[in-house]
Design a binder for this molecule. Structure first.
Ligand code: ADP
Ligand code: ASP
Ligand code: MG
Length: 821
C-alpha cells in the first residue's frame, strides 16, 4: 500500500465531536496517510467578516477574534490530552497574536491588500491542523501538523494563487521523504489545506474551497494511490441538493466532467482539483463523513459509454452579462482576443463568452462585482469602434446566473441545446444567451438571477431525472397496503439511485382516516402518522384533492377490495391520474363500466395497471397482453387461480376428507375468514373474467358459469354453523374422488376460457397434467395459442400472499411511472 491522501472539509472538522470522527475514519485506513484539513467550518467566512469589520472600522474585529478564539479553545479542551494542552495552546497563541496584529493593521491603515487578506483568512487552516494532529495523538495515533506554506509554491496572486508545480513537487517530495524517514508508517501527517507561499515565503491562498486542490497537489507529488475528499454529502450529486430535492449521488465522473461541474458552480469541489491528478490517473473519491457507508463518487479518467449523456446540472449565481453590440463586430477577426486582453489586463475573469440570442452582439459573463470594471475596460479598448459606430453599445445586465448541464457523452446527442431551450421556455425562464464548451462536455445558458432556481430544477427534471418523479396516493392500509409500504421503504431509495425515479407518497387513506400532503409523506412513519394526525376518511374529499392537485404524475394505488373506490377510477383516469391495483372490482363491473374505464385510459394515455388482480405478482396479464400484441391468437386459457382450492384438492388427492381439509386450510390461514368466499368460486370467476375481457371478449360476470362447492342452502349459515355442517359434504366428495381415481385422474378446480365461453368448476384431470403437479397453494395458468399449441405457455408459482401481491403492485407502479408523460 502506498500513500493515501484524505481531505476533510470545514464541516467535517467543525467541532470536537466531528474531529473525533475524522480520527476514527482515518484509523481504519492502511498504509501511509496524509490528511489535509480545512479550517473549522465557517471560520474562513468569519475571518473575512472580521477583516471587513476592521476595514470598515466598526470596532468589532476584536469581538470576532475573541469569538473565534473561544471556539477553538473549546475544541482544544475537548480533544487534546491534558498533558499536551499547554503546548498546543501556546502554538495557537502565536496565531492569535498574528491575527490580532494583522486585523489591527487593517483597522489602522484603512486598507487591506490581497496579500494581507490572504494572510488573515489562511490562518484558519493553521489553527485547525494542530488541533486535528493533537486529536490523533489523543487516540494513540502518532501525528504531526505540517504547514503547507513550506510545501506548496505559488506566484503572488495572493487570493487565487497559481501553483508552480515544478518547485512544489520537489518541495513536497523532499519534505515528505524526510518526514517518512523519520516516522513510522502509521504516523499521520496533518497538512493545512488552502494555503501556500511565494518564493519568499509569503503566505498565499488557493482560492475559496482550495483545500480540495491542496489534497490533489500533494496526491500528485506523492504519486498517491488515491485522494479521498471527505465532505458532508454522499459524493458529487447531480445538482446542488439545496436547490434540487431529487439530486442524487453520481457514482462515477470523468475528470473533465468533475472539472466542468466545479467550474460551473458545484461547490463540492474546487474547480482546479482535478488538474494535478489527471495526468497521473490518480482517482479522486468523494465521500460523506456523516455517512461513510455510502459508496460516494469516484472521479477518474474513464468515460463510460453506458452512462447517461447529461450527468448533472449546476449553476453560478451573482454574475453579470456584459453585452457588446454592433454590426461592425460581425466576422471581425481578433475581436474576442482583444476582449480577453482588455479584461485580462484588469484581472477580470471571463466565466463564459456567448453569442446572444440576437446575432449582433457578443456577450461575456463576469462576476457581478467585476461588471462595472469590465464595461469600463471594454469601452476603453473599443473606443475607436464606438466612435466609428461599429460598436453601438457596451453595457452590463446585472443579477444573472449561469445554468449548465454537464456530461461527456453529450456530444453524441445532437439537439441537446434545443432541448435545453425548450425545457426552459416551457417553464417561462427567459434565456439571455447560450454557450457550448469546446469540449462539448457542457452547455450553459445565462438566465436572470431570480430564475436560477427554477431553471436548475427544470433542467434536472428534463435531463438526468427525466419523467421520474411520481406522486403516489395509497388507498387501503390492510395487510397488502402495509406490506407495500414496507417494501417501498427499502426500494424507494434504490429506485432513486438506479432508475432516477422518485416515488413520493403524497396521500394515504384507509376506511377510517386519510392524509394528503403534497410535500410528501415519510414512508417509515406514514402509518403511525395516519393514525395520529389523519383527518376522518372521506373518499369524495380525497378524490377532490387528487383531481384538483397541480402535481404531475399522480398514481393512485387502490389496495382495497372496495367497489366504492373502484367506481372512481374512470374520473381519475380522465384527469390523467394513473391507477395501480390488486382490486378486482373495477374490471369485473358490467361491460359499460369496463368500457368507460378502458376508454378513459386510452384517451388520456394514462397507466391503468392491475397485474396483481390475477395471481398476485406473477406475470399473467402481462404475458397475455404480450401474446396478443405480438400477433398471437389465443385459443384457450386454463388456470388454477385459487391457491386455497389448489391446496384443498391437493390434500383430497392424498385421501383426506373434505371437511378435515377445509378446517385445516382455515386454521392455516389459507382461506378467507369465511371459507365460503373461496369455495363459492366467485374469486376465480372474477379472475377469469378479467383475463377473458383482456382477450377482447365482451362478457358479463353472469356469463361465466361457476360451479360453487357450497350448496345453496349452506350459503346463509353463520360461519360457525357452516364449519360444523361441513361433514355433511364428505360422502359426496369421497365418491367423486373415487370415480376420478378409477379413470386414473384427480380433481382440480379449474377456470377456462375457450370459444368465447368462460367456465369455472371442478374437473377431473390427468395425473400428468401441469395442474396435477402443483405444490401447496401454488397457482398456474396455461395459454394455448396459435404459437403455443402443442406445448402451452405456462405461468406458475405462488399466486397469493401479501408479499408477492405488494411486489406485483410495486412492479406495476414503476412501469406506470416510467410511462407517464
Ligand atoms: P467542505 O466543507 O467539505 O469542503 P463544501 O461546503 O465546500 O464542503 O461542499 C459541500 C457542499 O457543496 C454540499 O454540502 C452541498 O451543499 C454543496 N453542493 C453544491 N453543489 C453540489 C453538487 N453538485 N454535489 C454535491 N454537493 C454540492
Ligand atoms: N477554508 C477555506 C474555505 O472556506 C478552504 C476550504 O475549506 O477548502 O474556502
Ligand atoms: Mg469545500
Amino acid at each position: 500500500m502506498g500513500v493515501q491522501v484524505f481531505k476533510f472539509g470545514g464541516t467535517s472538522v467543525a467541532a470536537a465531536e466531528r474531529i473525533r470522527r475524522v480520527v476514527a475514519l482515518v484509523r481504519e485506513e492502511p498504509g501511509r496517510r496524509v490528511v489535509v484539513v480545512s479550517a473549522l467550518g465557517g471560520v474562513t467566512d468569519q475571518l473575512l467578516d472580521a477583516t471587513r469589520a476592521a476595514l470598515e472600522r466598526t470596532g468589532e474585529h476584536r469581538t470576532w477574534l475573541a469569538r473565534l478564539q473561544a471556539r477553538h479553545e473549546e475544541a482544544l479542551a475537548s480533544l487534546v490530552l491534558p498533558e499536551e494542552q499547554k503546548t498546543v495552546r501556546a502554538a495557537l497563541a502565536e496565531r492569535w497574536q498574528e491575527l490580532a496584529e494583522l486585523l489591527d493593521g487593517v483597522y489602522l491603515l484603512r486598507e487591506c491588500t490581497q496579500r494581507t487578506r490572504a494572510a488573515i483568512i489562511g490562518t484558519g487552516e493553521r489553527l485547525s491542523a494542530p488541533l486535528v494532529a493533537a486529536a490523533f495523538r489523543a487516540e494513540g495515533i502518532g501525528a504531526t501538523a505540517l504547514d503547507a506554506t513550506k510545501l506548496i509554491r505559488t506566484d503572488t496572486t495572493f487570493g487565487e494563487a497559481v501553483v508552480d508545480f515544478k518547485t512544489t513537487n520537489q518541495l513536497v517530495q523532499s519534505g515528505f521523504q524526510t518526514f517518512f524517514n523519520q516516522t513510522e508508517e502509521t504516523h499521520v501527517a496533518v497538512v493545512t489545506g488552502f494555503i501556500a507561499a511565494t518564493e519568499h515565503g509569503v503566505m498565499t491562498t488557493l482560492g475559496r474551497s482550495g483545500s480540495d486542490y491542496t489534497a490533489t497537489i500533494l496526491g500528485s507529488a506523492l504519486k498517491a494511490d488515491r485522494v479521498v475528499i471527505w465532505t458532508d454529502v454522499d459524493g458529487v450529486l447531480s445538482a446542488d441538493p439545496r436547490m434540487v430535492h431529487e439530486a442524487f449521488p453520481l457514482h462515477h465522473l470523468s475528470y473533465r466532467e468533475a472539472a466542468e461541474m466545479a467550474y460551473f458552480g458545484a461547490k463540492v469541489l474546487h474547480p482546479r482539483t482535478m488538474r494535478p491528478v489527471e495526468t497521473h490517473g490518480i482517482p479522486i473519491v468523494i465521500k460523506n463523513t456523516l455517512n461513510p457507508q455510502a459508496p460516494g463518487t469516484i472521479v477518474n479518467d474513464e468515460t463510460v459509454p453506458t452512462e447517461r449523456r447529461v450527468k448533472a446540472v449546476s449553476t453560478i449565481r451573482d454574475v453579470a452579462v456584459v453585452m457588446i453590440e454592433g454590426r461592425g463586430l460581425l466576422g471581425v477577426p481578433g475581436t474576442a482576443a482583444r476582449t480577453f486582453d482588455a479584461l485580462g489586463d484588469h484581472n477580470i475573469n471571463v466565466l463564459l463568452i456567448a453569442q446572444a440570442s440576437s446575432e449582433q452582439s457578443i456577450c461575456l459573463v463576469v462576476r457581478q462585482e467585476d461588471a462595472a470594471g469590465a464595461v469600463a475596460a471594454l469601452s476603453h479598448a473599443f473606443q475607436r469602434e464606438l466612435d466609428h459606430g461599429d460598436v453601438s453599445r457596451i453595457y452590463p445586465v446585472e443579477d444573472c446566473a449561469i445554468v449548465s448541464v454537464v456530461g461527456d457523452l453529450m456530444r453524441h446527442e445532437p439537439g441537446l441545446a434545443g432541448r435545453m431551450f425548450a425545457a426552459l421556455g416551457r417553464s417561462k425562464v427567459n434565456v439571455l444567451a447560450i454557450a457550448q464548451g469546446a469540449a462539448e462536455t457542457n452547455i450553459s445558458a445565462v438566465v436572470a438571477g431570480h430564475d436560477a432556481r427554477q431553471a436548475v430544477d427544470v433542467l434536472h427534471e428534463a435531463f438526468p431525472l427525466r419523467r421520474t418523479r411520481a406522486h403516489l396516493c395509497l388507498i387501503g392500509t390492510g395487510v397488502v397496503g402495509k406490506t407495500l409500504i414496507e417494501i417501498m421503504q427499502r426500494q424507494v431509495p434504490r429506485l432513486l439511485d438506479e432508475l432516477r425515479m422518485n416515488l413520493r407518497l403524497v396521500g394515504i387513506s384507509n376506511s377510517r382516516q386519510m392524509r394528503w400532503d403534497t410535500n410528501g409523506i415519510a414512508l417509515d412513519t406514514a402509518l403511525a402518522d395516519l393514525d395520529a394526525h389523519g383527518e376522518p376518511a372521506d373518499l369524495d374529499a380525497l378524490v377532490e384533492h387528487l383531481k384538483t392537485s397541480k402535481l404531475e404524475r399522480i398514481l393512485v394505488i387502490d389496495a382495497t377490495a372496495s367497489t366504492a373506490v373502484a367506481r372512481r377510477y374512470p374520473e381519475l383516469l380522465e384527469r390523467g391520474i394513473g391507477i395501480v391495483t390488486p382490486n378486482k372490482r373495477a374490471n369485473t363491473q358490467d361491460m359499460d363500466f369496463y368500457r368507460r374505464l378502458r376508454e378513459a385510459e386510452d384517451r388520456r394515455e394514462v397507466s391503468y395497471r392491475y397485474e396483481a388482480t390475477v395471481m398476485a405478482g406473477l406475470p399473467v396479464v402481462l404475458t397475455l397482453r404480450d401474446l396478443l400484441r405480438s400477433g398471437d391468437t389465443i385459443e384457450r386459457i386454463e388456470g388454477v387461480f385459487s391457491g386455497t382450492l389448489a391446496y384443498i384438492f391437493g390434500q383430497l388427492a392424498t385421501g383426506a376428507t373434505f371437511s378435515d381439509v377445509v378446517r385445516e386450510a382455515k386454521a392455516k390461514g389459507y382461506t378467507e375468514p369465511d371459507p365460503r368466499d373461496d369455495l363459492s368460486g366467485e374469486d376465480v370467476a372474477r379472475k377469469l373474467l378479467i383475463l377473458a375481457r383482456e382477450t377482447g371478449l365482451e362478457i358479463e360476470r353472469t356469463d361465466v358459469s361457476v360451479e360453487s362447492l357450497v350448496p345453496p342452502e349452506m350459503m346463509d349459515l353463520s360461519v360457525a354453523d357452516f364449519m360444523d355442517q361441513l361433514g355433511d359434504l364428505d360422502a359426496a366428495w369421497t365418491e367423486r374422488i373415487a370415480a376420478a381415481q378409477q379413470e386414473g385422474k384427480r380433481l382440480q378446480y379449474v377456470g377456462r376460457v375457450e370459444d368465447g365461453r368462460c367456465q369455472v368448476g371442478v374437473q377431473a384431470i390427468a395425473l400428468d397434467s401441469p395442474f396435477a403437479r402443483l405444490q401447496g397453494t401454488d397457482n398456474a395458468v396455461l395459454f394455448t395459442s396459435e404459437r403455443y399449441r402443442n406445448t402451452p405457455l405456462v405461468v406458475q408459482g405462488p399466486g397469493a400472499g401479501p408479499h408477492v401481491t405488494a411486489a406485483g403492485i410495486l412492479a406495476d407502479l414503476i412501469k406506470a411511472a416510467q410511462l407517464m408523460p
